[in-house]
Design a protein around this ligand. Structure first.
Ligand SMILES: [Zn+2]
Length: 110
């Protein structure tokens, strides 16, 4: 595990696999389902894990995608990587905190 917060853990394996485990929720109670996790390996999950983990392990920043001149700023966060709600700054899930979205990944998975 290279990063974690409430309900989410990020992993990088020695083989280079980057993935997230998220708590799943019991729809009947609205509570976390004990011992039940969903694994995500999509591009957003990969960016999120590498973005947060690189704060603790700077060498992982080299694994983040590199912005090309054609890649536009993220529309959700106006290129900052963070969304402001009142006094709170929330990580932008659309761009994974990078502030931009690769043209090749736009219109892909939600
Ligand atoms: Zn964004």
């Amino acid at each position: 595990m290279v990063w974690g917060t409430i309900g989410v853990c990020g992993y990088v394996t020695v083989e280079g696999d980057v993935y997230l485990e998220e708590d799943t929720w019991d729809p009947a109670t609205g509570d976390p389902a004990p011992g039940s996790f969903a694994v995500r390996r999509d591009e957003r999950a990969r960016r999120e894990v590498l973005f947060f983990a690189s704060r603790r392990y700077p060498e992982l920043a080299g694994c983040l995608p590199v912005k090309s001149a054609q890649d536009p700023a993220c529309a959700d966060c106006s290129g900052s990587g963070w969304i402001t709600l009142g006094d709170h700054h929330i990580f932008c899930g659309q761009c994974g905190g990078l502030g931009w979205v690769a043209l090749s990944s736009r219109g892909g998975e939600g």
